[in-house]
Design a protein around this ligand. Structure first.
Ligand code: HEC
Length: 275
């Protein structure tokens, strides 16, 4: 039994290795106080911490919105897990956003106050799983969805309420501080650009403003026109990758970002163009 447990623990851990590096985002220029970098102090790697996440209990969900039936899980109160994030104690809940990071890149988020005021749980095991396994997979049409290693659910919230997120295949949770000002920049209507927002906040907001919020060393990037409206997308990405390749004596540094990160930032800027 013991050995089987460690075996199950190590497989997902190894599978997560390459993406674990994503949390170590470079902190280049960081001077404004409104910018909270995504450092390790605001993230919990659930797979790595699996053995010490806390005491679990059995919970029942009526009409689970992911499985479309009543379910029972072994689960840990989510607040107890969030409290293990070092930054938790120093953040104001009303100015904090919880970002759920799934293995497939899906990053839904919700306000921390909503999590605290609901009976939110981190499910660690599906009670309906076959003997010896923690989870069942989910068949959605022709697609097989992996629920492991973790799933977020609520015992007091209706599945139809879109303001509550029920992410599965969850591997990490991070807290993003959104002061009243930066809250205006958070992509409330599009989960797919949350990562781009985080990257923009870490790497760009120190020098650039969007809608007047942010640094002033570089030009405003969204008002009255977004840079995505008057730069060709390919040039914009190439400029961000290496500003000096476009302008001599340019004051914007080469931030050493990866191609994927730049794409996520530009995706976020395109979203903001409509805000
Ligand atoms: C250290 C400050 C600094 C940082 C950090 C920075 N920039 Fe810049 N950026 C500038 C400055 C200064 C300019 C003006 C360029 C010049 O000197 O011609 C600029 C110019 C730009 C321009 C061109 C605007 C235009 O229309 O001419 C874009 C687009 C841009 N930055 C995007 C970004 C993005 C995206 C990030 C984050 C990945 C970023 N910048 C990070 C300082 C910075």
């Amino acid at each position: 039994m013991q050995r089987a447990f460690y075996f199950l623990f190590f497989i997902p851990f190894l599978a997560c290795q390459p993406s674990a590096q994503k949390t170590e985002e470079k902190q280049s220029v960081d001077s404004t106080q409104t910018t909270i970098s995504r450092t390790d102090s605001s993230v919990i790697d659930l797979v790595e911490k699996k053995a010490t996440l806390g005491k679990s209990e059995t919970i029942a969900i009526t009409n689970d919105p992911v499985f479309h039936k009543d379910k029972t899980f072994e689960a840990i109160p989510l607040v107890n897990v969030l409290k293990q994030i070092p930054a938790y104690a120093s953040l104001k809940p009303e100015e904090t956003q919880v970002v759920f990071e799934c293995e497939d890149g899906y990053n839904p988020s919700m306000p921390l106050t909503k999590v605290i005021n609901s009976k939110a749980y981190l499910a660690i095991r599906d009670k309906d799983a076959p003997a010896g396994e923690d989870w069942t997979t989910l068949q959605k049409g022709s697609e097989t969805k992996k629920i492991a290693p973790f799933y977020i659910c609520y015992t007091d919230v209706k599945g139809e309420d879109p303001s509550y997120k029920w992410p599965y295949n969850l591997v990490r949770i991070s807290l993003t501080s959104a002061s009243k000002e930066t809250a205006a920049l958070f992509p409330k209507n599009d989960d797919s650009v949350v990562k781009g927002y985080g990257l923009f906040k870490t790497h760009c907001l120190t020098c650039h403003a969007l809608n007047g919020v942010g640094g002033t060393l570089g030009p405003e990037l969204n008002k009255p026109k977004s840079v995505t409206e008057y730069w060709k997308s390919e040039d914009l990405k190439a400029f961000i990758a290496n500003p000096a390749s476009y302008r001599d004596r340019v004051k914007m540094p080469n931030l050493g970002l990866k191609k994927k990160e730049i794409e996520e930032i530009v995706g976020y800027l395109s979203y903001m163009a409509k805000q």
